[in-house]
Design a binder for this molecule. Structure first.
Ligand SMILES: Nc1ncnc2c1ncn2[C@@H]1O[C@H](COP(=O)(O)OP(=O)(O)OP(=O)(O)O)[C@@H](O)[C@H]1O
Length: 222
């Protein structure tokens, strides 16, 4: 049996005295936690290191940076694990759907490898589309979708991979106002229903308010 999960329990996402340095100079620091189903919002000026912080948690820190401190989900220190075993779901400004795959292909790609049987996999995908009001969209080319539809597919692609936490890097910023509030309600509701802790990076106070949790303001590094 392949490793079904590197770790199973849902848990608190915890940044334990994390400090990130760029070329040896302090960039950003975070010492906070977010409970399952909760949202922690990180706000701050452009260039203050918010995306870098998410990259550290996800395992993609660039070579210009070094980090101290650790990131945990429940009892597991994920910063000790390779990126592919961290089970964090990432959403960015752009939905980043694979252009050469259909909507269903994008979603099938995300399913964990232990989930066997093509029929079973297809059913999961169809259910995911149904969950976001997109039944029957499986064969569509992602290029033919509206911005809101792309955002919904990107969300379900992340959730189908069964993450233990969500890291959101300005995922609503390219959507116009009405759509923005719809999509963010959807993202927060799905995360809450699954008991996932969420770290949200945003410039928008309305996003922070809608998230409802604690807000941390980071400053521009000197
Ligand atoms: N891959 C990289 N290699 C080197 N420097 C980088 C890299 N990515 C970002 N930087 C630099 O690191 C600093 C922090 O960037 P980061 O993208 O984390 O900031 P941010 O707070 O997310 O900004 P924004 O709000 O504009 O998205 C910036 O000075 C940026 O130019």
């Amino acid at each position: 049996m392949p490793d079904r999960h590197a770790f199973d329990a849902k848990g608190t996402l915890r940044f334990d005295r994390v400090e990130i340095l760029r070329h040896g100079a302090p960039l950003i620091a975070l010492d906070e936690k977010v409970e399952p189903g909760g949202v922690l919002t990180v706000m701050g000026p452009s260039g203050s290191g918010k995306s870098t912080l998410l990259n550290y948690a996800a395992g993609f820190l660039g070579s210009d940076f070094t980090a101290r401190g650790s990131v945990h989900i429940g009892e597991t220190e994920i910063t000790r694990l390779p990126a592919y075993e961290r089970h964090v779901g990432l959403l960015f400004q752009d939905p980043l759907l694979f252009p050469h795959l259909s909507v269903a292909g994008n979603l099938l790609f995300a399913l964990p490898s232990w989930l066997k049987g093509l029929m079973h996999r297809r059913e999961r995908v169809e259910k995911a589309l149904e969950e976001v009001g997109m039944s029957g969209f499986g064969p569509r080319d992602p290029a033919t979708l509206s911005g809101g539809q792309k955002a919904r597919v990107a969300l379900m692609r992340v959730l189908l991979a069964e993450p233990r936490a969500l890291l959101l890097d300005e995922p609503f910023s390219k959507l116009d106002r009405d759509l923005r509030s719809q999509i963010r309600e959807l993202v927060f509701a799905k995360a809450k229903a699954r008991g996932l802790p969420v770290l949200l990076v945003t410039h928008d106070h309305a996003d922070a308010e809608a998230a409802g949790g604690m807000v941390v303001e980071v400053r521009q590094a000197e």
